[in-house]
Ligand binder design. Structure first.
Ligand code: NDP
Length: 528
């Protein structure tokens, strides 16, 4: 690719435009595909181009993956784990380039890009350490004690399609791919068309770690073409993105009779109880609502504060928010970066302006900041929000949060649960046991106590996912690995067919079976 005007911004990074061209060249196409420009939100300039894969290109990538998978399935789990551990090391060691690519593609602050880097080696190590036991054959009770037995084996489904969004393009391209590979599958990943280069850089590192050719492929292009073609060719889909796209993915997967996990949007509540420390809760609100400029599926967008804490909490929250530093430097320092593009900026602006038109008050922020970057928006706190306004009901996915006083736990719970979504929530209290009790009553896949989302997300051993419009299935933990395998039961009989032996009259055999069933039911109760 010839140097474009976008290469001016490349000069601020460790990345050469030739490097991005080399990454794009990893994508195999028939040559009939057109190309798509990739722009950086840091300056809104082009930085490179990727192929817009056709449906045939996608089918060919899945065929290559399927051929490579047969040998990979025969490797031991420990052999596969060793390669993923090496990959985790490489991600850490090559973080300077990866951080630059993530920042270039998303405009996020470096500290939030680093959170993406750290997630990958932790996920690799968790599954490398625990995968062998989670995938080991398991003995189960047989149909007839002593006369038969049953063993469960876990076999890879084949080829897994990973469809990932732009907001955490490094983490979300890999966090579902790592367990899929460990389980013995091949992976074909379709990153968002705005953030393809980080997924390609990761493919490079997987190859360097020793992953056999063809096992991890990237297909790029528009979701509406590439997504359906991928779902039609693979054996499982791990999708992360918006709820409406998730519904189309589930419909197509259903038609193909393949399984899928859907990690979708949220309108996450944060509940501050009467015994919370307002300063601590305010620190959590800043971290939760404004990490990655609020473009985080787990971010709180609605905060319910007990009346008795409201004024102190709001003072601390507004003060800390106003102190946040906005900026787009390729270095640690700024705490809030850019939104992904102009369309998204318009959506965020519209949510805030319509809320204000409906009577909401701005406690902080509320303005685009083109002086910082073309798509930057101030961290914004609203109050007196009309419960029917868009900002109250729909996911904003930007640095915007509303604060509401509530009369106690009952009102907080009622309002927290008044949503079609159910992804993540948090409860703030000085009594963790009380917090756990309140958490059990919130209808979300994850509820964190005294932290907005990190303790839940980073607990790699614990499942993560949504209920309601926030999705289906779970990533992380044993659940996040078992979704990629078919459980096969192998049952054997020591006495031949479980049927009446030759010469035994059917009436006697019927009596025997009734007696046996009674014994089995008693045993099941006494020896669960
Ligand atoms: P989208 O649903 O628009 O896009 C997500 C991915 O799906 C992209 O790669 C996109 O490709 C692809 N895609 C688009 N159309 C189709 C289709 N018809 N079939 C298959 N794939 C398709 O999501 P957003 O870009 O709006 O991402 C933000 C959303 O993701 C938010 O709602 C957020 O809450 C959610 N999210 C959820 C997370 C979770 O873990 N629960 C984590 C992070 C984000 P392309 O854009 O290239 O066309």
């Amino acid at each position: 690719m010839a140097r474009t005007s976008g290469s001016r911004i490349l000069e601020e990074t460790t990345i050469e435009s030739e490097r991005l061209e080399g990454l794009a060249a990893r994508i195999e196409t028939s040559g009939d595909s057109s190309s798509l420009e990739v722009r950086t939100p840091v300056t809104d300039e082009p930085i490179g181009a990727i192929p817009a894969c056709t449906a045939d290109d996608v089918a060919a990538a899945v065929d290559r993956a399927r051929s490579a998978q047969a040998d990979w399935e025969r490797a031991t789990v420990d052999e596969r784990a060793a390669i993923l551990e090496r990959f985790g090391d490489l991600v850490l060691n090559r973080r300077a380039e990866l951080l630059d690519v993530v920042q270039l593609e998303t405009g996020k602050s470096r500290q939030h890009a680093l959170e993406e880097i750290l997630d990958v080696p932790l996920t690799c190590s968790y599954y490398a350490a625990n995968g062998p036991s989670i995938l080991a054959d398991a003995d189960r009770s047989g149909a007839v004690p002593l006369a038969s037995d049953a063993t469960v084996t876990y076999d890879p489904v084949g080829v897994v399609g990973v469809i990932s969004p732009w907001n955490y393009p490094l983490t979300l391209a890999m966090t579902d791919a790592i367990p899929a590979l460990l389980a013995g599958n091949a992976v074909v990943c379709k990153p968002d068309e705005r953030t393809p280069f980080i997924a390609l850089a990761l493919a490079d590192l997987l190859a360097e770690a020793g992953l056999p050719d063809g096992l991890f492929q990237i297909v790029t292009g528009e979701g509406e073409t590439v997504g359906p073609a991928l779902i039609d060719a693979v054996d499982y889909v791990a999708f992360t993105g918006g709820t409406e796209t998730g519904r189309t993915v589930a419909e197509r997967a259903g038609r193909n009779l393949i399984d899928c996990s859907l990690e979708l949007g949220g309108k996450n509540p944060m509940v501050v109880l009467d015994d919370a420390d307002p300063e601590t809760a305010a620190r959590g609100a800043v971290k939760g609502a404004f990490t990655n400029a609020g473009q985080l599926c787990l971010a709180p967008e609605r905060i319910y504060v007990d009346d008795r804490q409201y004024d102190e909490f709001v003072d601390a929250f507004v003060g800390a928010t106003r102190r946040l530093e906005l900026g787009l430097e390729f270095d640690y320092g700024p705490e809030v970066g850019s939104l992904i593009d102009g369309d998204h900026l318009e959506g965020v602006r519209e949510h805030v302006e319509s809320a204000v038109a409906d009577g909401a008050s701005l406690l902080s922020g509320g303005r685009a900041r083109s002086d910082v970057g073309p798509f930057c928006y101030e961290p914004t706190i609203l109050t007196d929000v009309d419960p029917d306004s868009r900002v109250a009901c729909e996911e904003t996915f930007g640095p915007v949060v509303s604060v509401h006083p509530v009369s106690g736990i009952d009102e907080a719970l009622e309002r927290a649960n008044d949503s079609e979504y159910g992804l993540n929530a948090s409860v703030w209290t000085t009594d963790r046991e009380r917090g756990r009790g309140v958490a059990r009553k919130i209808e979300c896949g994850t509820v964190c106590v005294n932290d907005p989302y990190t303790v839940g997300w980073a607990a790699t051993d614990a499942p993560m996912g949504g209920v309601g419009d926030s999705g289906l299935g779970r990533r992380h933990g044993p659940e996040g690995l078992r979704r990629y395998v078919d459980a096969r039961t192998i049952a054997t009989s020591r006495i031949g067919p479980l049927d009446a032996p030759p010469g035994v009259p059917p009436r006697w055999f019927a009596r025997f079976m009734l007696g046996l069933t009674t014994i089995q039911r008693r045993l099941a109760r006494w020896l669960p």
